[in-house]
Design a protein around this ligand. Sequence first.
Ligand SMILES: *[C@@H]1O[C@H](CO)[C@@H](O)[C@H](O)[C@H]1NC(C)=O
Ligand SMILES: *[C@@H]1O[C@H](CO)[C@@H](O)[C@H](O)[C@H]1NC(C)=O
Ligand SMILES: *[C@@H]1O[C@H](CO)[C@@H](O)[C@H](O)[C@H]1NC(C)=O
Ligand SMILES: *[C@@H]1O[C@H](CO)[C@@H](O)[C@H](O)[C@H]1NC(C)=O
Ligand SMILES: *[C@@H]1O[C@H](CO)[C@@H](O)[C@H](O)[C@H]1NC(C)=O
Length: 393
Amino acid sequence: MNCRTMVHLSQKMRILKIRRKHLKYCLLAGVLCLVLTKLCKDFFKHNKVYLHMQKDDRQKQDDTNTSYVYVPPQTVCQQNKSAANIPNFSSFSGPMQDFLYYRHCRHFPMLLDVPDKCGGASQSAEVFLLLVIKSSPVNYDRREVLRKTWAEEREQNGVWIRRLFISGTMESGEEKQRLNKILELEHREHNDILQWDFSDTFYNLTLKQILFLEWMERNCPNVRFLLNGDDDVFANTDNMVQYLQNLKYNDGSRHLFTGQLNVRMVPVRSWSKYFLPVEVHEADVFLPYCSGGGFLLSGYTAMVIYNMSQSITLLPIDDAYMGMCLSKAGLEPSNHVGVRAAGLDISSNNMDRHDPCVHKELLLVHKFPTSHLYLLWNRIHDPKLKCFVSTKL
Ligand SMILES: *[C@@H]1O[C@H](CO)[C@@H](O)[C@H](O)[C@H]1NC(C)=O
Ligand SMILES: *[C@@H]1O[C@H](CO)[C@@H](O)[C@H](O)[C@H]1NC(C)=O
Ligand SMILES: *[C@@H]1O[C@H](CO)[C@@H](O)[C@H](O)[C@H]1NC(C)=O
Ligand SMILES: *[C@@H]1O[C@H](CO)[C@@H](O)[C@H](O)[C@H]1NC(C)=O
Ligand SMILES: *[C@@H]1O[C@H](CO)[C@@H](O)[C@H](O)[C@H]1NC(C)=O
């Protein structure tokens, strides 16, 4: 053994010693890690059930059982793994599977709120027409045009119109934050956005409706009437106020639910946007409902729907779900000829999509390009506009 190898060996041993020391630390950390994981697992197991409880129940539990820890409602709703046991589950689309996994989740934290939109719950009867417009975060342009046209907050014919956009979130990570920031900026300027932290997808529209109704019960329970609709409709809110003011015996405290009525609609059982597998909704026909593009309802009926929804499983088709809630309360939706939620059938009626006179007498028309809407709203308010033909609604 020469000097060189001895030096080499001693170096090797030093490294080994250091490694042994490290090993001790590693083992210690490992044990700590295991203990922590076990603790965390137990914690969540205990709290899983707990998360779904109402606040009052939670309080009661806390009195008798100190092993529960208060978990704020902001905690994420857990996936229902047994949804995967539904027959034919694996053949459903990704979004439908997603819907089924999260179907039971009804509470999400609010990101943007306007609690005083109606001047407080007790003052809310002073709002005659509340416009509740479903809008996803990306639709910035639509919201801007609506604020300047039919959804402008104003006193109309002696009564107040107020506006709210209802929204979820889109995308994830930085892109989600970027879109949220846009809404936040708009909100700061206009004070008209309710946003909850759930994915704003087609199948989650029912959830959006329920979240809004829950909010309404808290903040605007006595609003007279509501227009509930999409952000791509042309709503003649002047005409709506007039129609609602002319209702006999109804100041919003009685039943009203009107729009484009769909009766005996059959669930789509083949592949489409509206595909509804029999395993998700068994009935062969939907109960009567109004197209979700836009319908008018009284504050009373909105609260009845909210009450009924508590005991009806969510359906991925939001307007048909409203029909189920009405039916459960023994109420019926009605048809209003002025609501063309499926768009105007121009060919059959000799109607011109750009003719302001046609739209002057309607209540609502679906699927409008924003620029067209801007022009039309201004044209029907032109004092020089003369309409010779009446569509007689
Ligand atoms: C407290 O909670 C634990 C965990 O779920 C349960 O096993 C126990 O029975 C509860 N005790 C009381 C007094 O409710
Ligand atoms: C989970 O999904 C299964 C299958 O659809 C259903 O029977 C069960 O009630 C669901 N559980 C919850 C908590 O919603
Ligand atoms: C599963 O889907 C097939 C068609 O894809 C259908 O024939 C069958 O009845 C479905 N099974 C159940 C249990 O619904
Ligand atoms: C609905 O939103 C929840 C919460 O963001 C999400 O987990 C779920 O996947 C969404 N459902 C659909 C069908 O997009
Ligand atoms: C809804 O339910 C609540 C609580 O049960 C009740 O006080 C309220 O009167 C109900 N509202 C309507 C409109 O049925």
